[in-house]
Structure formats: structure tokens, C-alpha cells
Design a protein around this ligand. Structure first.
Ligand code: HEC
Length: 135
């Protein structure tokens, strides 16, 4: 009985810490933009990949974050890996590849044609600064 209570107490104490570590607990400017993409004119494999992207990339922050961020193809490749390697990301290698293909296609189709409508990705320093301001 004691052990059970202790386990529950530890779990309750530890969960907010885990949550903070996951979400980064910071609001970025691009989080406020649209939360969906009209993919009706995208090829079928990209429409399928969009679903994977929506499910996997909205776990720790709003899906608006990647939807409204513009990056080069190389940066997306690095970024998807970075997100995959976060603890408990739940993104497999093949899902990461599918999501990257989608982000690269969407970048070329939607974002590159209208760059001023999107947010450039922030540096680690800029994110840390926002985090400090928001606390
Ligand atoms: C395990 C939690 C987690 C998952 C899953 C996750 N992210 Fe993130 N993401 C973060 C955190 C935390 C940050 C804040 C920056 C940092 O700590 O790296 C972030 C920041 C970002 C940014 C902001 C970049 C910038 O510099 O402005 C983008 C874009 C992004 N994520 C895209 C994605 C995509 C695409 C996926 C799906 C492949 C994804 N994220 C899945 C936790 C996650």
C-alpha cells in the first residue's frame, strides 16, 4: 500500500516537469497562425502524409507551428530529425521520412511562393529569449 501511494505521489510530482520539458512551454509567433492546410490539390501520397504530419507533429506544440514556419528543404530535414530525437516523440524513421517529404513538398508548393506570409524559424537563442520573457 505504502509503495503504491509513494509511486502515485512521485508520478504526480514528476508529470508537470515532464510536460514542461515536452512542450518547451513557450509560445512562438507562428503558433497563432492557421491550424490547417488545404491539401485537396496535393497528390494522394502527400494527402496521406499530411495526416501523419498532423498526428505526429501536434503532440508537444500546436500544429500551427510547423504549418506557419518557412525553412529550406535542408533545414526541414534537420528539423524533423531534431523533433524525432526529442524524448517520447513517438515518430519512427519511416514516419519521419514521410513527414519530411510532405514538408518539402508543401514548402515548394505553398510557402516558397508566398514567403512573406510565413515566419522564419527562430534560432535557439531567440526561443530561449521568448521563454524567459514568458515566465
Ligand atoms: C516531443 C515533443 C515534440 C514533437 C513530437 C515535435 N516537436 Fe516541434 N518543437 C518541440 C519543442 C520543445 C520546440 C521548441 C524548440 C526546441 O526545444 O527544439 C519545437 C519547435 C518546433 C518548431 C519551431 C522552429 C523555430 O525555430 O522557429 C518547428 C517548426 C517544429 N517544432 C516542427 C515540428 C515538426 C514538423 C514536428 C513533427 C515531425 C514536431 N515539431 C514534433 C517539441 C516537439
Amino acid at each position: 500500500m505504502q509503495t503504491i501511494i509513494r509511486t502515485i505521489a512521485i508520478a504526480l510530482l514528476a508529470s508537470p516537469i515532464a510536460l514542461v520539458a515536452q512542450s518547451g512551454n513557450v509560445n512562438l509567433p507562428q503558433d497563432k497562425g492557421p491550424k490547417q492546410i488545404d491539401v485537396s490539390s496535393y497528390p494522394a501520397p502527400m494527402q496521406k502524409a499530411y495526416k501523419t504530419f498532423e498526428t505526429k507533429c501536434s503532440k508537444c506544440h500546436t500544429i500551427a507551428r510547423p504549418i506557419n514556419t518557412t525553412m529550406t528543404k535542408d533545414e526541414w530535414e534537420r528539423y524533423v530529425k531534431r523533433m524525432m530525437h526529442k524524448p517520447n516523440s513517438g515518430i519512427s524513421n519511416s514516419q519521419g521520412k514521410e513527414i519530411f517529404d510532405f514538408l518539402a513538398y508543401d514548402q515548394a508548393t505553398r510557402k516558397d511562393k508566398n514567403p512573406s506570409k510565413f515566419y522564419k524559424s527562430l534560432s535557439d537563442e531567440e526561443i530561449e529569449k521568448l521563454r524567459a520573457q514568458q515566465q
